[in-house]
Design a protein around this ligand. Structure first.
Ligand code: GLY
Length: 402
């Protein structure tokens, strides 16, 4: 009996010693190893994605409620993210396999270069052709993007002083906070062509968004509707958030990223102030969970998370940290990294789940519309990889953005 007890005690000791060693090994990952491991993981997922889905006209998007894989045609707003992630994987690894895949999945988007039916051309063309051009200098890509920037500019209304977001719905001239994400593409177009009209549209849009989209606490409405005759705002509310007065989490992240880019491109301090104010609302919010992965709406604590908001915010904060000093810089860097570490944990990264070959789980696309609730989203993956890239650039003392 004594022997059995001794064997049992030794077994337990061995088991816990091994467990502790495992935990220590995980904890001991250097930042470089952390990045390498997560890129390798992303590469594994997307290698299987490439093998299982070969129709390049249908870009991966999410998972349907029945668990099936959901794709999007080139005109869908998310069509640029998958090719964009493939370009990032090429950039990290230098492996020609990723370049070939990125080229294959970017090519179908030529069909939308003159498309004037959406404001999302920045997401669609800049994440795909933009990264491709940056990494290959393919002059065709540059031409397509200039055409795309012209198409996007047709949606700018000088009376309202904003780019129209949607053509659907009963609004007169709806503008959503997400639209701030398309301005980076317009800044690029001015640099590529020397035509300042793209720059002027971006600045006018950003200024009018400051005037109308934000509440006193620097949270933002999702949608603002404008009168096209007077240019006045006539309604403020939501489409994808929980209610008109609540703070839809991804919208806050789009605003944070958008105004960080505005400061980068103009060096106008007013945009830095806006970005800092949004960051304060976002990071200090009483309903922000410990792991910094927000609930899908800041005013719906305890409900589903939105990992996509965390991925966008993490990437934005790595950049915003470059423009501030002292305690604020440290706060942004620590928060960006904490978000990255949370996303990379098995709570959110699809380590033991097929997840339709997407990298991250637990995003929420449009709970208010009853769609894409607690699912993978291709843009969560894209901004996760981008945040990893920015972290890597920071560690290597390189420019954070491109
Ligand atoms: N731009 C659409 C969204 O964030 O859902």
């Amino acid at each position: 009996m004594k022997n059995i007890t001794l064997i049992f005690v030794l077994f337990c000791f061995g088991f816990f010693a091994c467990k502790q060693e495992e935990t220590q090994k995980e904890e001991a990952l250097s930042p470089q190893e952390f990045i390498k491991e997560n890129i390798a993981f992303s590469g594994e997922k997307y290698t299987t994605m490439l093998a299982e889905h070969t129709d390049t006209q249908q870009s991966p998007r999410t998972t349907d409620p029945d668990g099936s894989f959901k794709t999007v045609a080139p005109r869908g707003w998310t069509s640029g993210f998958y090719p964009g992630s493939l370009w990032y994987l090429y950039e990290y690894t230098g492996d020609e396999k990723w370049k070939k895949a990125a080229e294959n999945w970017t090519a179908p988007l030529v069909s939308i270069k003159d498309y004037t039916g959406t404001h999302d051309l920045g997401f669609m063309l800049y994440c795909s052709f933009g990264n491709g051009y940056r990494l290959t200098n393919n002059e065709d890509y540059k031409t397509y993007m200039i055409d795309g920037a012209k198409a996007l500019s047709t949606r700018f209304n000088p009376t309202v002083g904003l780019i129209r977001s949607w053509d659907h719905g009963s609004w007169q001239f709806p503008v959503i906070i997400d639209n701030m994400m398309n301005l980076e593409f317009l800044f690029w177009a001015t640099k590529a062509t020397g035509d300042s009209s793209f720059y002027n549209i971006a600045v006018t849009h950003a200024d009018n968004t400051i005037a109308n989209h934000f509440r006193d606490d620097w949270s933002s409405f999702h949608v603002v509707d404008y009168d096209t005759l007077t240019g006045e705002s006539i309604w403020k509310g939501t489409h994808q958030g929980a209610a008109d007065e609540t703070a839809w989490s991804r919208g806050q992240a789009w605003g944070l990223y958008g105004y960080t880019v505005m400061y980068r491109e103009t060096k106008d301090e007013k945009y830095l102030d806006v970005a800092n104010n949004i960051a304060k609302f976002y990071l200090d919010h009483k309903n922000m969970p410990e792991d910094l992965i927000p609930y899908w709406d800041f005013d719906r604590p305890g409900e589903e998370r939105d990992v996509s908001a965390a991925a966008i915010a993490s990437s934005a904060l790595f950049e915003l940290a470059e423009y501030v000093d002292g305690a604020l810089k440290e706060k942004y860097e620590k928060s960006a990294l904490k978000m990255l570490e949370s996303m990379a944990s098995p709570a959110y990264k699809a380590v033991d789940e097929k997840n339709n070959n997407f990298i991250l789980m637990h995003s929420t696309g449009n709970k208010n519309g009853g769609k894409e609730i607690d699912v993978p989203l291709v843009y969560a993956d894209y901004y996760f990889i981008e945040a990893l890239a920015r972290y890597k650039n920071k560690l290597e003392g390189k420019q954070i953005y491109w």
